[in-house]
Design a protein around this ligand. Structure first.
Ligand SMILES: Cc1cc2nc3c(=O)[nH]c(=O)nc-3n(C[C@H](O)[C@H](O)[C@H](O)COP(=O)(O)O)c2cc1C
Length: 343
């Protein structure tokens, strides 16, 4: 399906601000997904008129430079790079993006340090930040963010505690100076339309793009998404508040069961005086190390991490990125047309 054959309509005009900011036809960001959002998916999304975003994750600067160059070889359309703020080489990674003339840097995983925002902007890139609450959204705009993403707890991967339904109401009416993109649980065009009408500049979608034909995710990983229902995509369970775990939404599997047993065992050893608190905490944190790679690349869907959002139930088959985007836009446009006709 040729995404550019989608009838231009009022949805385009609702997306105009976000699309102008991204330099794309559609205000749809491909949410960066570690291991999944590499050159092939990113270029496919950008070539289809959306905005692909490379997930830098734990990549070191040389590796990121390679991935950006690889993406540039596959598309001449704009795309972004998502950098995790606690990466030890954050400033170098920003420089790699600037050297490669990447137009947009997305800072994720925490509030970005002032010098990183400053360097990105002075180097000519636009800065996109995640805002978990209204007060922080305002602070980020004051600190120089050119756009914000608000991500609800419906999303796949690391999540905050509040749903997009609520975050959108709390934040969209109050942030007008910069475009705000919404993320989490978006699986159909009707939802895109409703958030645009609430004042969102566009959307960010992850889960729906995992099974794009161009995505290099292992066939087992894609199969798990095609089979998965919303209720299977659950946040990690914390057994004891003295051993906090970072909430990650993922499909339940053997790994998630073993994680509970692992926590129980660490807590038992701590209570028996066999392990110090810090060592126990580290032990729990290390449980998932490398687990997303194991699932996405190696296809170990039993023990790896199957990070997925609640929209996973709306992933029903493998299909080209352009077709997914065209479907979303058609659904949004049809909903708008029907409403206007009925009004
Ligand atoms: C497998 C997977 C890996 C992800 N990895 C990252 C990441 O490395 N950095 C990041 O900022 N967000 C990451 N996310 C979140 C996405 O960028 C996006 O915001 C989220 O998927 C949107 O919600 P949705 O999945 O409901 O569409 C990941 C999500 C998934 C499903």
């Amino acid at each position: 399906m040729d995404v550019f054959a989608t009838p231009a309509g009022a949805v385009d005009s609702l997306m105009a601000r976000g699309a102008a900011f991204l330099g794309t036809r559609y205000a749809i960001l491909g949410g960066a997904m570690s291991w999944v959002s590499e050159r092939n998916l990113v270029a496919a999304l950008s070539n289809a008129g959306a905005f692909g975003v490379i997930a830098c994750g734990a990549m070191m600067p040389d590796r990121l430079a390679e991935e950006i160059a690889g993406t540039q070889a596959l598309t001449d359309k704009p795309f972004g790079v998502n950098l995790i703020t606690m990466h030890p080489n954050l400033m170098e990674l920003v420089q790699v993006c600037l050297d490669a003339k990447v137009g947009h840097i997305v800072f994720a995983g925490g509030i970005p340090p002032g010098p990183a925002i400053k360097a990105a902007k002075e180097g000519g890139a636009k800065v996109i930040c995640f805002a978990p609450a209204l007060a922080l959204a305002k602070k980020l705009v004051r600190s120089g963010a050119d756009a914000l993403v608000i991500e609800g707890s419906e999303a796949g991967g690391h999540i905050g505690p509040v749903s997009l339904t609520v975050l959108a109401q709390e934040i969209l009416p109050h942030i007008r100076d910069v475009p705000v993109f919404v993320a989490g649980g978006i699986g159909r065009g009707e939802a895109i339309l409703s958030y645009l009408e609430m004042g969102a500049a566009g959307v960010q979608i992850g889960t729906r793009f995992v099974c794009a034909t161009e995505s290099i995710a292992h066939p087992n990983f894609k199969r798990a998404f095609i089979r998965g229902a919303a209720r299977d995509a659950m946040p990690t369970v914390q057994l004891d508040e003295s051993f906090p775990v970072i909430p990650v939404r993922a499909l339940q599997n053997e790994g998630t069961k073993r994680f509970l047993e692992h926590q129980a065992e660490v807590i038992r050893r701590y209570k028996a005086g066999e392990v110090a608190k810090e060592a126990g905490q580290l032990d729990i944190e290390h449980f998932w190390a490398g687990a997303l790679r194991r699932a996405v690349i190696d296809g170990d869907v039993e023990n790896g991490s199957l990070m997925a959002g609640q929209s996973v139930g709306m992933v029903t088959k493998e299909q080209p990125a352009a077709e997914i985007i065209a479907e979303l836009l058609e659904q949004a446009q049809a909903a708008l047309t029907a409403r206007r006709a009925g009004a």
